[in-house]
Design a protein around this ligand. Structure first.
Ligand SMILES: [Zn+2]
Length: 111
């Protein structure tokens, strides 16, 4: 049984939420996945000028169910182009963890 307000799960036999008094339901309604609705913010989690790194970042995020938005490249000169990767702020921490060390390991392999 679940409280539709608190989203906590309770054992069978409990009918009202001990926290808020709301009637418990069998299953929580499935919320539509709208990661970029007005209420959620996107945050920048990564920057790179390398298209290969960008593709890797996107693949890693997708594998982990994180939707990412890649900004159009900023910068006038080809040598100064920077891609920015944005994710929903709720995914930002996880995404940063996943991407931690990518740039370093890529740099090392190029040496
Ligand atoms: Zn509750």
């Amino acid at each position: 049984m679940f409280c539709p307000k608190c989203k906590y799960e309770y054992i069978r036999g409990v009918f009202d939420c001990p926290d808020c008094g709301e009637k418990l339901v069998e299953t929580l309604p499935v919320e539509a996945e709208e990661p970029f609705s007005d209420e959620s913010k996107t945050v920048e989690i990564f920057q790179t000028s390398e298209k290969s790194i960008l593709a890797m970042v996107k693949a890693i995020l997708e594998d982990n169910g994180i939707i990412s938005i890649i900004s159009p490249p900023i910068g006038m000169r080809a040598s100064a182009i920077v891609y920015q990767v944005f994710v929903n702020e709720l995914d930002a921490e996880k995404a940063r963890d996943l991407l931690d060390g990518i740039e370093e390991s890529q740099a090392e392999s190029l040496e």
